[in-house]
Design a binder for this molecule. Structure first.
Ligand code: SAM
Length: 245
């Protein structure tokens, strides 16, 4: 089965944005890359999609319904191939993880790996995180956000595509519970500084490090981190917390 045939069979997977087809396309933080799916990825969709996927819905979710318990929820945005995602979920069974990625190849790969591992505290979505947060996630409901190696969009004319900007940081802050956190890592120095500066301007967010953070021991490495290290770039960690105003 080709990717096209798969998407026709599972229409819930085929749309990644809320905007109606044919309507004006805003500035996206991603470009959809097609990569031929392997048989095991197609099989994972056929056998496990409904077990581990959450679909876009224009209404607030009940995390308790999704996960079957009231444990804290951490949302990861842009999980790529999901290597760090699955490891963190395995290591922290008392935290629920909702991981969001538009890249179908990575989504189906993680779907297959979740099914093989049997973890119960990880669900995944193939949708634009902007739409997911604004339409589905209640305010003051999220314990943490993980954003590891977001696309750096290094060219000046592309900077406005960066995920971390004033508008999105405001949304992230509004979704956090008091004491919740946003944890980002990047190998792009100037974007790392942008993150620190953007978060510093958001009421209710506080940076306990007054700059870049230390790496936490529980963040596994990812493919994109390796690429950065191979290119001799420094990895920067940014950690901010939600405080009561
Ligand atoms: C550079 S990759 C990093 C992947 C992974 N976190 C890692 O460290 O290997 C960034 C990922 O973010 C995803 N992404 C970018 N904007 C997104 C959005 N608005 N919603 C969901 N995923 C997004 C892209 O598809 C891409 O796979």
């Amino acid at each position: 089965m080709t990717e096209q045939e798969l998407l026709e069979k599972y229409p819930a997977l085929s749309r990644v944005e809320k905007r109606p087809l044919g309507s004006f396309r805003g500035i996206n933080s991603f470009v959809l890359r097609g990569q031929k799916l392997k048989d095991y990825q197609i099989k994972a969709v056929e056998e496990h999609l409904n077990d581990y996927a959450v679909f876009f819905n224009d209404g607030y979710v009940s995390f308790e319904q999704i996960f079957g318990n009231s444990n804290p929820v951490v949302i990861e945005i842009g999980f790529g191939m999901g290597e760090a995602t699955l490891q963190i979920a395995k290591d922290n069974p008392d935290i629920n993880y909702l991981a969001i990625e538009v890249f179908l190849y990575g989504f189906t790969k993680l779907l297959s790996n979740i099914a093989a591992s049997g973890v119960k505290n990880l669900k995944i979505m193939r949708f634009d995180a902007h739409d997911v947060l604004s339409s589905m996630i209640p305010d003051s409901s999220v314990q943490g956000f993980h954003i590891f190696f977001p696309d750096p969009w290094p060219k000046k004319r592309h900077n406005r595509r960066r995920l971390i900007n004033n508008e999105f940081a405001t949304v992230l802050a509004s979704k956090l519970v008091p004491g919740g956190y946003i944890y980002c890592a990047t190998d792009w120095e100037e974007y790392a500084q942008q993150m620190v500066d953007v978060f510093a301007g958001i009421p209710g967010l506080s940076n306990p490090y007054n700059g870049f953070a230390d790496k936490v021991s529980w963040r596994p490495s990812t493919g994109f981190e390796k690429k950065g290290l191979d290119a001799d770039r420094v990895i920067r960690e940014v950690w901010v917390e939600k405080v009561e105003l």
